[in-house]
Design a protein around this ligand. Structure first.
Ligand SMILES: NC(=O)c1ccc[n+]([C@@H]2O[C@H](COP(=O)([O-])OP(=O)(O)OC[C@H]3O[C@@H](n4cnc5c(N)ncnc54)[C@H](OP(=O)(O)O)[C@@H]3O)[C@@H](O)[C@H]2O)c1
Length: 270
């Protein structure tokens, strides 16, 4: 198998999100000497990774650029970076709410441009990254991106870019929703009489073990839930509460809708 790494990776910004991606790539064998990070603070990133505070005269040959700063900085970054980007430069943007058309407008001469929406567990190789490429991108270009993203966890190509706010609501915001669920399960255990620290440990281990189990199972989570709930038993009684009026599903639909709507509002400048 050919290696998944570009000749050179040039990161613009390396904060919470891009930092997690880089951590995982380095852990999976990307040579630090093939990485340059541009960040205004000049803070070191990892041993052997060059950190710069201003743009070089030219990008290294075959560079893939990852835009990892804040979306509002796109104009300022593009002014300095776009003249360095030619047809050989691949551009990956993780900027939330920034459409491909806007990226292409800012980087008219770049090679392929890909929009990516990762989530934080990419640092563990257990993230989700939604991807959307320009309509004229070649299968080889897409394969190169897929290979680079694969070490981060699940990669999903999104056919319709208009769904990016929905994707962000589910997998981008999802870790926070799961953190809430784990906390709520623990607090519910406490509410029915368990010691708080024990309930917290048990809630987390239950979610972790169950997620691993469902990931390995051939049945869907819906079927697994019913399989472990015998009629008249304790689990069934509990599920009846969650299932009544489809309340859990409605709650989560409302949750994703609120996040999605906020994304649309922000895209309109709100
Ligand atoms: N956090 C998430 O869960 C998440 C998920 C998906 C996508 N995203 C996207 O990821 C991007 C970064 O978010 P974040 O949470 O990682 O933000 P962050 O932690 O604040 O990181 C921002 C990075 O941008 C750098 N930076 C600041 N001004 C710059 C400039 N003028 N030119 C170049 N770089 C500059 C910062 O440099 P210093 O390090 O020197 O301060 C920092 O490394 C955003 O566009 C966001 O939409 C975030």
């Amino acid at each position: 198998m050919t290696e998944p790494w570009p000749d050179h990776l040039f990161l613009v910004g390396c904060g919470n999100m891009a930092g997690q991606m880089l951590t995982r790539w380095l852990a999976c064998g990307l040579a630090p000497a093939r990485v340059t990070v541009l960040r205004p603070s000049g803070r070191p990133v990892a041993e052997g990774v060059q950190v710069v505070t201003s743009y070089p005269a030219a990008l290294p040959r075959g560079a893939t650029v990852l835009l990892g700063m804040k979306p509002y900085q796109l104009g300022e970054v593009a002014q300095a970076l776009a003249p360095l980007c030619g047809g050989e430069t691949t551009l990956i943007s993780i900027l939330a709410g920034t459409p491909l058309a806007e990226l292409r407008r800012q980087f008219p001469n770049a090679g392929q441009i890909v929009r990516a929406m990762p989530n934080l567990p990419v640092g563990l190789g257990q993230g989700v990254t939604a991807l959307h490429a320009e309509s004229d991108s070649s299968p080889a270009d897409r394969a190169a991106i897929a290979a680079l993203i694969a070490p981060l966890g699940l990669a999903e190509w999104i056919a319709d870019e208009a769904l990016f706010n929905e994707v962000t609501a589910l997998s981008g915001c999802g870790p926070a929703f799961l953190f809430r669920f784990v906390d709520a399960l623990a607090r519910a255990g406490e509410a029915i009489g368990l010691p708080a620290d024990q309930a917290a440990r048990m809630a987390l281990a239950t979610v972790q073990g169950s997620a691993n189990m469902v990931a390995q199972a051939s049945d869907s989570p819906a079927i697994l839930a019913d399989r472990v709930a015998s009629p008249g038993g304790m689990t069934r009684e509990g599920l009846n509460v969650l299932d009544a009026d489809d309340r859990l599903c409605k709650l989560l639909t409302d949750t994703l809708r609120a996040a999605r709507d906020r994304g649309e509002e922000m895209a309109r400048g709100g």
